[in-house]
Ligand binder design. Structure first.
Ligand code: PRX
Length: 654
């Protein structure tokens, strides 16, 4: 860890304007510090009070936290509620006619729906699911394009107590099958096709392919939303059109009253070993985290127009599209398409048109838009903006400054939000009316989040030194377990090294003299490609499943737009290919990975060797591979390497 000492020396700091601070819900550092102190001094009542204030309970809870089975924590356990009721029904008295969603389709078509309308659609669809026999505790896979129906599907599951597991629409049939199988899903909700960047993207065919694979037998029904005119292959008795399913269904649906700890959803994410982990979130704790952080981190006000560009296939699309904004009765934009279609001004035009005031996107999108048109934002009226956000990976200071000046006009605080699928809601992020920002730092933890940086022994490291990012106390929106694998949950997140007491995030970080957190990267074999987590093991397994491949090792290399790109070192079963033959095999393997996992996992670069660099005990020296991938000269000690001549082969680009 000592090698992870700070390399970033960023000293610029941006305090919120007086006007922003004055109007902010949490106004100024004194207010922020007071909340932190309150949480420190009375941790349980701090969270208990928030849970009572923000959530509408069917039956109130009597106890805030049960930690007797740590790390399997239980929050608000005897409380009874429904997440969908909290996102919809309770707004109907005052906000029935408020716009809930402004949906902009790929082709620019705009649909606006009110809270009353969204409620009606969710109830109808929930009744439709019930008519298929879906009940409390059943798992439902949602494999949908970004749009109103994706939110309706998730909310409808929550309404009837079914556990949704959203699978990103870019994942392949194999990945869909793995998730169906692990979750034991009985229903898949999909669309015939999606629309992205002017192209039709097949979805139902991928589901058909997934269901034809071994292991997907639990699925009894596939609900298909007709997004385009294209048809779909049909399996009678199994497949049902969305519009037929809701025909004649009642527009009201009594919510299923859930216990606070009943699972709300599972979302699969990559780990360093083995198959993806089914991150299981609770109903009440998760909802509280999403709802509360939404109002704090974005300084949300009822007349804001909020837009998060994340897809519902990721945690950001759960907490900051489906649950956080709706629980706050916010008006939000949902976008089907891509930032570069029909041109790189799409985001800026949409901000102008919909008068977006809070905009939340990923560093990778920012970097790609800088590349394609750094001056484009100036052609649009972006004066409606007041808060900007980023998520998914560290943002490089140049991109931060561009976002701040060119998009935000130097007026909008940037909230760089550090969190994870596992934490459910933002953990470390500036409260925009209080905490001054620094480009590249996610700044300070939210009140009630006890984050720290420690060494191998669990001792706090001094400022400027790198270490493990941990959270020292449980908090409501923390992952409850890994679906079907409590042991892996415990080992991964509450390891014995820290006496099982700290939540280990899997990131390395350091803190500067003012206590600000700077995320440095993962400590495990997880890559962050365009803000999405990919396990190197997963990609290696996919490569090795190809009949040509004997062995593979995957590492990341820095990439200007994606943050990190995948580099694969491959040993074939036959002789090491050269010249054009090597290019052909490389292209085939890239397609193979796209087919096995999805395009996001596709290697940018493939190198062939007769072997991989290994120690005498047979361990692959990934350190060396990382250097090779970056094109660095090898300065490391290679004396423990059994086969040093391999390095020259692997250094050769195709
Ligand atoms: O490495 C951190 C990085 O993304 C990881 C979590 O990935 P995922 O579960 O897919 O969730 C992404 C969206 C919340 C973290 O372990 N990460 C996320 N946000 C940031 C970040 N790294 C630096 N700065 C951030 N703001």
């Amino acid at each position: 860890m000592s090698t992870l000492d700070s390399i970033l020396k960023e000293t610029r700091s941006f305090a919120p304007s007086d006007e922003f601070r004055r109007k902010a819900t949490i106004s100024g550092m004194e207010a922020y510090n007071a909340l932190c102190e309150q949480a420190d001094d009375h941790y349980l009542s701090f969270w208990g009070d928030l849970a009572r204030e923000l959530i509408t309970w069917k039956k109130p809870f009597s106890r805030v936290l049960d930690d007797s089975q740590a790390p399997f924590f239980k929050w608000f356990e005897d409380g009874v509620l429904n997440a969908s009721y909290n996102c919809l029904d309770r707004h109907l008295a005052a906000n029935a006619n408020k716009i809930a969603i402004i949906f902009e389709a790929d082709d620019g078509d705009v649909t606006r729906i009110t809270y009353a309308e969204l409620h009606r659609r969710v109830c109808q669809f929930a009744n439709g699911l019930k008519s298929l026999g879906v009940k409390k505790g059943d798992r439902v896979v949602v494999y949908m394009p970004m749009g109103i129906e994706a939110v309706v599907a998730m909310q409808a599951c929550a309404r009837i107590g079914a556990i949704h597991s959203v699978v990103f629409g870019g994942f392949s049939a194999g990945a869909v099958r793995d998730r169906i199988q692990d979750a034991g899903a009985s229903v898949v909700i999909t669309a015939n096709e999606g629309m992205r960047g002017g192209k039709n993207v097949p979805l139902k065919p991928t589901v058909d392919e997934a269901l034809a694979l071994e292991g997907a037998e639990s699925v009894k029904h596939v609900v298909v939303y007709q997004r385009t005119n294209g048809g779909a292959n049909w399996t009678d008795g199994r497949d049902v059109w969305w519009h037929k399913l809701i025909e004649g269904q009642s527009e009201t649906c009594e919510p299923e009253w859930m216990n606070a700890e009943d699972p709300l959803f599972i979302l699969y994410t990559s780990g360093s070993t083995g198959k993806p982990k089914g991150i299981q979130h609770s109903t009440a704790g998760y909802l509280l985290g999403a709802m509360n952080s939404f109002r704090w981190v974005f300084d949300y006000k009822p007349n804001d127009v909020y837009w998060c560009t994340a897809d519902v296939g990721w945690i950001t699309g759960h907490s900051y599209v489906c649950y956080g904004p709706l629980a706050n009765a916010a008006t939000q934009v949902i976008f089907e398409g891509v930032p570069t279609y029909p041109d790189a001004g799409r985001f800026w035009r949409m901000i102008e048109q919909h008068k977006v005031s809070i905009f939340y996107t990923a560093p990778t999108a920012i970097r790609s838009l800088i590349k394609l048109g750094a001056d484009l934002p100036k052609q649009y009226d972006l004066s409606s903006l007041r808060v900007l956000g980023t998520v998914g990976e560290p943002i490089n200071p140049e991109a931060w400054i561009w976002y701040y000046e060119t998009v935000g006009g130097g007026r909008c605080p940037i909230v760089d939000t550090w969190w994870q699928t596992e934490t459910g809601s933002a953990m470390i992020a500036p409260l925009p009316g209080a905490v001054p920002t620094k480009p590249g730092s996610c700044t300070l933890p939210l009140p009630g989040i006890i984050a720290d940086i420690v060494d191998e022994s669990g001792a706090q490291v001094e400022p400027g030194r790198g270490g493990f990012l941990v959270i020292k106390k449980p908090f409501p929106s923390l992952v409850r377990t890994i679906w079907n694998d409590p042991d892996r949950f415990k080992k991964t997140y509450f390891p014995d090294e820290f006496d099982g007491k700290y939540y280990l995030a899997g990131d390395s970080a350091h803190r500067d003299e003012s206590g600000y957190f700077w995320i440095m990267g993962r400590i495990d074999d997880v890559l962050n490609v365009s803000g999405h987590r990919l396990g190197t093991m997963e990609i290696e397994s996919a490569l090795v499943a190809n009949p040509l491949v004997a062995e593979a090792a995957v590492v990341g290399k820095p990439h200007e737009v994606k943050g990190e790109a995948v580099v694969a070192f491959v040993v074939l079963k036959g002789p090491r290919p050269q010249g054009d033959a090597a290019k052909t095999v490389a292209a085939e393997l890239k397609n193979w990975v796209a087919h096995e996992i999805g395009k996001i996992a596709q290697p940018d670069d493939i190198r062939f060797g007769e072997n991989l660099p290994k120690t005498r005990s047979g361990k692959i020296m990934r350190r060396l591979l990382r250097s090779i991938a970056k094109g660095e000269e090898i300065t490391q000690d290679v004396s423990t390497l059994e086969n040093p001549q391999i390095l020259a082969q692997l250094q050769q680009p195709l």
